[in-house]
Design a protein around this ligand. Structure first.
Ligand code: CAA
Length: 240
């Protein structure tokens, strides 16, 4: 039977490509999303991948979703914590709401879903968790104290949980994407983005496919000796 994979934020951008590639790798994929119904419906129609609407930053909603997936699809053994938002602004302009929204969605979601799926993986003696961090959690980014803190938190969370999962056959890794050609990056002011791309040695933005390939690699059945690592996929922009 196919192993069940949950990809949060899995219907758009990097997450959509992760969902597609995991399906192509033979996984039974559930792609979650929080808000954009139209995009999610189009994605489901195009790919045949099951979609589910819930807020990954909300523990109770995650709990209900994980129970529903267990009942209707199966125990989740592959978890990709990809859901992420930006609320950019210098600290001077950042409100507490902008801070909370990014911390809850980007980092709180990792706690919620790891907490809720870990026991199932432990019972199966198999689990693959990939948390999507960011170059901006490794290097920082002007105008992103909230996002950089959340993504940096993901990198620490990953290394801590990897130590807890190792003896149960559960690997926990992170991917730190650089600037990838998605709606999120397209929202960066054009002049700012131009300067960022000029600093990428490979000379282009990343593609969602570049990141998804890393997820397939880290979640393979035989990837059991890779845990606690961060795979930087950023065109050489930051070597860490
Ligand atoms: N370094 C130094 N100074 C900078 C700067 C930088 N990188 N960027 C802007 N400044 C300066 C400006 O020139 C301006 O200076 P003056 O006041 O002297 O003119 C000052 O900072 C303040 O600028 P703003 O008033 O424009 O500041 P703001 O509070 O409105 O914020 C911003 C602007 C939101 C930070 C905007 O510059 C921006 O969107 N930057 C890009 C942020 C970014 O890269 N986000 C990544 C999104 S994609 C993503 O996050 C995915 C991923 O994982 C990679």
């Amino acid at each position: 039977m196919s192993k069940v994979a949950l990809v949060t934020g899995g219907t758009r951008g990097i997450g959509a490509e992760i969902s597609r590639q995991l399906k192509a790798a033979g996984r039974a994929v559930v792609a979650s999303y929080a808000g954009n119904d139209g995009a999610a419906r189009d994605f489901a129609a195009e790919t045949g991948i099951r979609i589910m609407k819930f807020d990954a930053g909300d523990f109770r909603q995650c709990e209900a979703a994980v129970q529903q997936i267990a009942a209707e699809v199966g125990i989740i053994s592959i978890l990709v914590n990809n859901a992420g938002i930006t609320r950019d602004g210098t600290l001077a302009k950042m409100t507490r709401d902008m801070w909370d929204a990014v911390i809850d969605t980007n980092l709180g979601s990792c706690f919620n879903l790891c907490k809720l799926t870990f026991d199932g993986m432990r019972a199966e003696k198999f689990g693959r968790i990939v948390n999507i961090g960011s170059i901006n959690g490794q290097a920082g980014q002007y105008g992103q104290v909230n996002y950089a803190a959340a993504k940096s938190g993901i990198h620490g969370f990953t290394k801590a949980l990897a130590q807890e999962g190792a003896r149960f056959g559960i690997t926990v890794n992170a991917i730190a994407p650089g600037y990838v050609d998605t709606d999120m990056v397209r929202a960066v002011p054009a002049d700012v983005l131009q300067k960022i791309v000029a600093r990428i040695p490979v000379g282009r933005l990343g593609h969602a496919e570049d990141i998804a390939r890393g997820v397939v690699f880290l979640t393979a059945d035989n990837a059991d000796f890779i845990t606690g690592s961060t795979l930087s996929i950023n065109g050489g922009q930051h070597m860490y």
